[in-house]
Design a protein around this ligand. Structure first.
Ligand SMILES: [Mn+2]
Length: 334
């Protein structure tokens, strides 16, 4: 009896007659070796999703390789299988894999492994909750109504009546807490709290998750956040509050772009602007823009898409070529 689709899921399978969820399990059941990957600069949900996937595939007797373009932050060391994550392409054994699972990643390009996997004969399974997802998989399970990719994985596991172990519960809750900003952001709803409650019952390490993912700022991190705060300017025309950080600032404080994680969410606590924009220079001659809103009537994903980016309705980002320059009329991207 094939599992039923959940009502919340928006399924794009290429062939609407196929049941994407059962197709997903049938495909994985037929494999012996799976590559699991996610987006560059992985956040809590990205890492928790690959770790959760690795956990249940390993338990099902599969051989699993995990690739992530950037090395995970040390604060996620509490996640099971995190040590298996490989950031070196040439260390992967791509010839032996039967399927690729791409998690929490809106485009294949963001895996950093696009050239290597886009022409593979082996199926790509794309599971994500970004509205801007490009449906690049053979199987696409996209639910923009899910607060995290771990929530979608949870629903798939439940449909299949898979046992959710304590460490799997920790992964699921990590994705939910980090992507929802501790239940603060859309699309948090009663189901989000229900799943979180179930994960606590199953023994998820909630104290550990909060300690490791939030009480993890260094002194220099908070100092550069202070510089960003001091530069915050409000633009009444667009109702946007924006700030900037240059590569020179990052060098001066001895921090990297990972230290800016959470800055835009923190600034989003400002009540006097519709939109928050944090612009910072990347080392490779591009500028990253991070957009946030707390307003029901604003979709920052659409704004990010204007600049070639994407993301979620309330949290999105983009990257453009250029440098930041302080001019008489304010900071500009040149
Ligand atoms: Mn996510």
């Amino acid at each position: 009896m094939p599992p039923k689709l959940t009502k919340l899921s928006r399924i794009y399978d290429g062939d609407m007659n196929k049941d994407a969820h059962s197709h997903f399990f049938d495909t994985l059941t037929a494999t012996t070796s799976v590559l699991v990957t996610t987006h560059e600069n992985p956040d809590g949900d990205a890492l928790a999703s690959v770790c959760l996937c690795s956990e249940f595939l390993t338990a099902a007797g599969k051989s699993v390789q995990i690739f992530c373009k950037d090395v995970p932050d040390k604060s996620f060391a509490f996640l099971p299988h995190i040590e298996k994550i490989c950031s070196k392409k040439n260390a992967l054994a791509l010839t032996s894999i039967d399927a690729v699972v791409v998690l929490d990643c809106a485009s294949l390009k963001r895996t950093g492994l696009s050239d290597e996997i886009k022409n593979l004969k082996q199926p790509i399974i794309n599971i994500d909750h970004h509205r801007s997802n490009e449906n690049f998989g053979k199987i696409n399970i996209i639910d923009a109504g899910a607060v995290s990719t771990t929530q979608i994985l949870y629903e798939l596991l439940k449909e299949q009546r898979q046992d959710i172990t304590k460490s799997m519960a920790t992964c699921i809750l990590t994705g939910i807490l980090t992507d929802s900003g501790n239940f603060a952001y859309a699309p948090t709803n009663t189901q989000t709290f229900d799943i979180a409650g179930e994960m606590l019952t199953r023994g998820a390490n909630v104290r550990g998750i909060i300690t490791y993912t939030q009480k993890n700022k260094r002194l220099t991190t908070l100092k550069i956040w202070g510089l960003a705060l001091s530069r915050l300017r409000y633009n009444p025309t667009y109702d946007i509050a924006a700030t900037v950080l240059t590569q020179q600032d990052l060098k001066q404080f001895g921090v990297s772009k990972e230290d800016l994680e959470g800055l835009s969410n923190f600034l989003n606590t400002l009540k006097d602007a519709k939109i928050i924009l944090v612009l910072y220079e990347l080392p490779d001659g591009r500028v990253k823009g991070s957009l946030r809103t707390a307003r029901e009537d604003v979709d920052v994903c659409r704004l990010a898409q204007v600049f070639g980016g994407g993301g979620h309705v309330k949290a999105a980002g983009f990257e453009v070529e250029g440098r930041l320059e302080n001019t008489a009329s304010g900071w500009i991207v040149k």
